[in-house]
Write a protein that binds this ligand. Structure first.
Ligand SMILES: Nc1nc2c(ncn2[C@@H]2O[C@H](COP(=O)(O)OP(=O)(O)OP(=O)(O)O)[C@@H](O)[C@H]2O)c(=O)[nH]1
Ligand SMILES: [Mg+2]
Length: 293
């Protein structure tokens, strides 16, 4: 038996969370077309007869502009200290940028074995895959490479087999039916934030944070009461999230409740409240409270 931790890194929107969900076979990490969707390290667990692979999703590595950006990048570099292998994701449909180069330098510095994973193969011609590989090869030290499409499920088995070949011998560290280890409070907050990202535009997606303040189980009725605060930075954003006559918050609430009911197998009573927390992205203590789980 082999087992180990595998950090999945790449710049914002590279397709890290989509790939992890596709490999795990369940949505463990929220996905959106907006950059910086993932805000903290979270684990997706794959158990096979011969191996247990613990994939660590990380935020997109980028040039940080505020305390939130610094926190996100620290999650990425921190993950490199805790794992056996790194998957460096490169969106082959885009040009290689300074962010990719800086991240490659961090991965090299870690001394960990790395695999290059070219993502979004479905959007690329063969020449683009070659060009992306050639552009990163002088910068990133990698042992092997795989091209994948998470949406079309191409290259996934090849990738998993390569990952397993680099893992150390060891026992399973989590029960075989476990797909993630983060608590329902965080999963619920992420699901609610995803519904905000899906439905609200302009500056809202970058300025939203969600905190679940209450989860109460009513065993007899098979009912979960969940109460959450949706934080934004400005009053104008609060208006967008609430919508005219509450239409937007109602939509967000319905979508989140349906997914939470599916996830927990219980009836969910969800109450959402929107609150302005000015400039929270610059406030380290607030960020730590929300995202250091
Ligand atoms: N066509 C195509 N789109 C993809 C693929 N993988 C991801 N995407 C899209 O790329 C966008 C970003 O995907 P995410 O999985 O959220 O990317 P990420 O790297 O986790 O992003 P951050 O968490 O913001 O760093 C989403 O709109 C996905 O649907 C793929 O294989 N093919
Ligand atoms: Mg992500």
């Amino acid at each position: 038996m082999k087992s180990g931790f595998v950090s999945v890194v790449g710049k914002p929107n590279a397709g890290k969370s989509t790939l992890i969900n596709a490999l795990v076979g369940q949505k463990v990490s929220i996905v959106s077309e907006k950059p910086q969707t993932t805000r903290f390290k979270l684990r997706g667990i794959i158990t096979r007869p011969e191996a247990q692979i613990i994939l660590v999703d990380t935020p997109g590595f980028h040039r940080a502009k505020d305390a939130l950006g610094n926190f996100l990048n620290s999650q990425v570099t921190g993950s490199l200290k805790e794992v056996d292998l790194v998957l460096f994701l490169l969106d082959a449909s885009q040009e290689v940028t300074d962010e990719d180069r800086e991240l490659a330098a961090e991965v090299n510095r870690s001394g960990l074995p790395a695999l290059l994973v070219l993502t979004k193969k479905d959007l690329c011609q063969q020449e683009q895959l070659e060009a992306a590989r050639n552009a990163i090869a002088p910068i990133l030290q990698f042992r092997d490479r795989v091209s994948v499409s998470a949406v079309q499920r191409e290259g996934l088995d090849e990738l998993l087999n390569k990952v397993i070949s680099y893992l150390p011998e060891g026992p399973a560290l989590y029960p075989e039916d476990m797909v993630t280890d983060y608590p329902l409070t965080i999963r619920a907050a992420e699901i609610i934030r995803e519904k905000v990202l899906m439905n609200c535009y302009q500056e809202v997606p970058h300025s939203v944070a969600v905190e679940v303040l209450k989860i109460q189980e009513r065993e007899d009725k098979n009912l979960l009461e969940i109460g959450a605060e949706i934080y934004v930075e400005k009053d104008s954003q609060k208006k967008i999230v609430i919508g005219s006559e509450g239409s937007m918050i109602k939509k967000i609430g319905t979508l989140a409740r349906e997914e939470l009911e599916y996830l927990t197998g219980k009836k969910v009573f969800l109450s959402l409240h929107v609150k302005v927390k000015e400039k929270w992205k610059k406030k380290e203590s607030f960020i730590k409270r929300i995202y250091s789980s």
